[in-house]
Write a protein that binds this ligand. Structure first.
Ligand SMILES: [Zn+2]
Length: 341
């Protein structure tokens, strides 16, 4: 009796307290081991009587449970394959695309419908520098249908330490065209729209209106505040990130769905020259890659409704000490950009 009660307690507590399934199963296996040991030949017979049952009974239960778990795991894998086959039947993707995106389609959280959402999505990336490099390449590889990229700079030798979307042979070329070459080389099934100019007030609203989601990886405050204002006014979600030296931060600003905007979180614009740029302060080469890849990750999650995004949460990554913190951020009453709440 105690033996059975033990299992009820483990699964009951797991459900009530929301423990991960892995912990619950580990504890259940541990309890089964205790029951088997209690019935082991060298143990006092009272102990076996106390937990109830007999060695053979608990052993058979363990074998049955292992078989059921193995069967479920196999079923899960088969289902993954069936999804790819079903997507093939739907005709939304060519066989080559299907093969290209198979690892996405296998994921329960993305699947065929999620991959289709990515194909139908239009994402604008502001800045084809360090953050843009990782973000643009992963958006392209993931199969985001239309990717706009705006940047007024040309590729310089000093960019190549970290801006890995560009190449030595393309020094002097506008960054957006260099990025387009790399993205199309990675995935010819997507459309890239390069805009070789700096984002300004006159253009911003019209451009943002054309896209479902905006990613901002620029390193100047004028553009960051402008992009936020335009996105907030248009009700478009904005994934904005920033880096300096060894530290980076990223969040999803989405006031249209209750989250804060960038200006809610950073209402006071730093004085001119107070926050040094990467050119002035330096930056560790892989840092924009880490944070840029996170931008693409959050974009894919947002577009496919997978998992929990960063609306209302700011991630701060300190690469020098390998520490990541997540802090809650809220809308600010009277925010001039989004109206607050
Ligand atoms: Zn705001």
């Amino acid at each position: 009796m105690i033996g059975i009660l033990g299992f009820i307690a483990v699964f009951g507590a797991g459900r009530w307290l929301g423990w991960p399934a892995r912990w619950v199963w580990l504890m259940a296996w541990g309890w089964l081991l205790v029951l088997l040991l209690a019935h082991a030949p060298y143990m006092p017979p009272q102990l076996g009587a106390f937990v109830g049952g007999e060695f053979r009974g608990w052993f058979v239960l363990g074998v049955l449970a292992a078989l059921v778990l193995a069967y479920r795991k196999m079923l899960g894998r088969v289902r993954g394959r069936v999804t790819v086959a079903e997507v093939a039947k739907s005709g939304a993707f060519s066989p080559v695309e299907l093969d290209r995106y198979a690892r996405h389609i296998m994921l329960r959280e993305i699947g065929g419908p999620g991959q289709k959402s990515l194909k139908n999505a239009r994402v604008l990336v502001v800045g084809a520098g360090g953050l843009g490099s990782g973000a643009l390449l992963y958006l392209a590889g993931s199969g985001v249908g239309v990717i706009g990229v705006i940047d007024g700079d040309t590729v310089e030798g000093s960019n190549l330490q970290r801006q890995i979307i560009h190449a030595d042979a393309r020094i002097g070329m506008p960054k957006v065209f260099s990025a387009e070459i790399a993205m199309k080389a990675l995935n010819p099934f997507i459309e890239v729209r390069p805009y070789h100019r700096r984002l300004d007030k006159a253009l911003a609203a019209e451009l943002v209106a054309d896209y479902d989601l905006v990613l901002d990886g620029t390193d100047n405050f004028d553009t960051r505040y402008l992009v936020n204002r335009v996105c907030a006014a248009a009700g478009k979600p904005l994934i904005a990130a920033a880096i300096t030296q060894w530290e980076g931060q990223i969040s999803l600003y989405d006031p249209a769905h209750g989250g804060p905007c960038f200006e809610c979180v950073f209402p006071v614009r730093p004085a001119q020259g107070l926050v040094p740029s990467c050119a002035e302060a330096g930056v560790a080469a892989p840092l924009p890659g880490v944070i840029g890849a996170m931008m693409a990750m959050e974009a894919i999650k947002h577009l496919t409704s997978a998992g929990t995004g960063l609306r209302g949460r700011l991630v701060i990554h300190d690469a020098l000490y390998a520490e990541t913190r997540v802090i809650g951020v809220k809308r600010r009453a009277g925010c001039v950009a989004c109206g607050g709440a």
